[in-house]
Ligand binder design. Structure first.
Ligand code: TLP
Length: 344
């Protein structure tokens, strides 16, 4: 199968499996797991933040950040298509008691003027806005890398207004590679950052939350509350070490494959790549009536290719380390054959 549904489908590498098998473990709730500690130390060094916390998933990491930074009844500011709002099961409302204020962005980010308008004055009628969240790369904007100048401007304004700031950096290493900038520089403005080990970096499980020591100490308690206090978690943290030390270095290949696939798909009559492909995500729109999105997905599936729809006319394809150049060629070949069949 050529699985382009997401980079979350990546399987652990041989080195990960070996490192996992050999990992030294302890009870991490007692803070006695040396491999988890090593991963957290490595993460805080790479991100140049005081401390780090290993968590089960990106969704859990974001939720813990929300709970740690806010109180129930607070307002949080999010880009309208952000993952935290769109795909995290409404945890911000159900579990955080938070009121989202959504600002529609362009290329994954809104402007400072939009933020200024959104932030309401201190008034007895309004909830208090206490947290601003951004997302880099921005998933629903098609893996866009945020404009760092805008990020700095927005975050600095939010801080002046007394808000705390969190980055959903699930794919921050993709952003770093595409913009040729260190993750620590991209994350410098934020109070906290969540990044994922289990997407393009191929670890089977796990994300990490980074921030200052006080934030992480409080976050650790919320992780326990949510049932995320894991015991011999070093077995999975070991894969995370390989993810950070080895897999971050090869993401450029995924970006090149995405470029190649996007260019070839865009050349096909009736197909239009609608995002600016900077990282590993392609958003393809079907612009004529040869077939519906469902027909194409079914045709691909029958030929061993998986992708997913993001709307009635659009499909998302994501490249990752288990997608090779020859896989890309196969996708193009099969697609052209399917079109010929549909037009017959
Ligand atoms: N994204 C998944 C799906 O949930 C849509 C995907 O296939 O892209 N932040 C961002 C920006 C994400 O893209 C994701 C996962 C998460 C957070 C959540 O991570 P997990 O899946 O580990 O909870």
């Amino acid at each position: 199968m050529i699985d382009l549904r997401s980079d979350t489908v990546t399987k652990p590498t041989d080195l990960m499996r070996k490192t996992m098998a050999e990992s030294v473990v302890g009870d991490d709730v007692y803070r006695e797991d040396p491999t988890v500690k090593k991963l957290e130390e490595l993460a805080s060094n790479i991100f140049k933040k005081e401390a780090a916390l290993f968590v089960a998933s990106g969704t859990m990491g974001n939720l813990i950040a929300l709970l740690t930074h806010t109180r129930p009844g607070d307002e949080i500011i999010l880009e309208a298509e952000s993952h935290i709002y769109y795909y995290e099961v409404g945890g911000l409302g159900r579990l955080g008691g938070l009121i989202p204020q959504l600002i529609p962005g362009k290329d994954g980010i809104f402007s400072i003027e939009q933020l200024k308008k959104a932030l309401r004055p201190d008034d007895i009628h309004f909830p208090k806005a206490t947290l601003l969240c951004l997302e880099n790369t921005h998933n629903r904007a098609g893996g866009r890398v945020l404009d760092q100048e805008k990020v700095k401007e927005i975050v600095s304004f939010a801080k002046q207004q007394g808000l705390r700031t969190h980055l959903d950096g699930a794919r921050i290493f993709n952003a770093a590679v595409a913009s040729n900038t260190d993750v620590s520089t991209l994350c410098e403005p934020f109070d906290s950052v969540m990044f994922c080990l289990s997407k393009g970096l191929a670890a089977p499980i796990g994300s990490v939350l980074v921030g200052n020591q006080d934030f992480i100490d409080r976050a650790r308690k919320y992780r326990k509350m949510l049932g995320g206090g894991m015991r011999q978690a070093g077995v999975i943290a070991a894969a995370g070490l390989v993810a950070l030390e080895v897999m971050t270095k090869r993401l450029g290949e995924d970006h090149r494959n995405a470029q190649l696939l996007a260019t070839k798909l865009d050349e096909i009559d009736g197909f239009q790549v609608v995002n600016h492909v900077e990282t590993n995500i392609i958003v393809l729109e079907l612009t004529n009536n040869d077939f519906t999105v469902q027909d194409l997905l079914t045709g691909w599936r029958q030929n061993g290719i998986l992708a997913s729809s993001v709307s009635e006319k659009r499909i998302r394809l994501v490249t990752h380390y288990q997608v090779s150049d020859s896989d890309i060629e196969k996708v193009i070949r099969v697609t052209k054959e399917l079109i010929l069949q549909a037009r017959r």
